[in-house]
Ligand binder design. Sequence first.
Ligand SMILES: CC(C)(COP(=O)(O)OP(=O)(O)OC[C@H]1O[C@@H](n2cnc3c(N)ncnc32)[C@H](O)[C@@H]1OP(=O)(O)O)[C@@H](O)C(=O)NCCC(=O)NCCS
Length: 187
Amino acid sequence: MCEIFPLETDRLRLRAWRDDDLPAFAALNADPRVMRYFPAPLSSTQSDALADKIRLFMQQHGWGLWALEVKGGAPFIGFVGLAIPADDLPCSPCVEIGWRLAAAHWGKGYASEAAEAALHYAFEHLNLAEVVSFTADANQPSRRVMERIGMTSKGESFLHPRLPQGHPLQKHVLYRLGQQLWREQQC
Ligand SMILES: CC(C)(COP(=O)(O)OP(=O)(O)OC[C@H]1O[C@@H](n2cnc3c(N)ncnc32)[C@H](O)[C@@H]1OP(=O)(O)O)[C@@H](O)C(=O)NCCC(=O)NCCS
């Protein structure tokens, strides 16, 4: 068991998950707008199971997909953070950065602000050489976050191994950011 390392930005707290986050997490996972670029919305049982998996990873590593809280505002709006993809992907072994926010909190820059803090943690504390991100080809909002935080795509794509052949979301685009380029972008 590791102590979970919290992060903070001007407007947000990236913190360990609490049991009382689960209803809000289930609500966002049941929202078809949030799950538009995933195979299907999640039931509350599936949502709780995902939260358990995220929490276990964080307890094992001390970092992960942090629960996101707005300072002086909503106590839980989703997650942003780092994960190790379970599938064998073109970037494997790799650490990915990812995000999922309740729709009421889109369009405020929260995902990008939190992702910048997670990138800082990845490069300064974990000293990773590279962080990747990937999403369904059509997921423009997620691709915009990747670009806003300085990640680039060299046209790399892959067919997601967990989606059936011919599924409209199967094609995923891969973005990368190396530590050296990240450091140059900080200047
Ligand atoms: C992907 C997702 C997190 C993006 O959320 P988002 O709110 O659009 O992203 P950001 O936090 O970067 O906010 C940027 C938007 O806020 C606006 N904004 C408002 N105030 C801002 C501020 N202070 N700083 C920065 N941007 C601000 C920007 O103009 C931008 O809007 P635009 O994209 O229409 O130009 C969100 O769509 C989501 O949770 N989707 C569902 C889950 C998902 O698909 N996850 C990815 C799977 S791989």
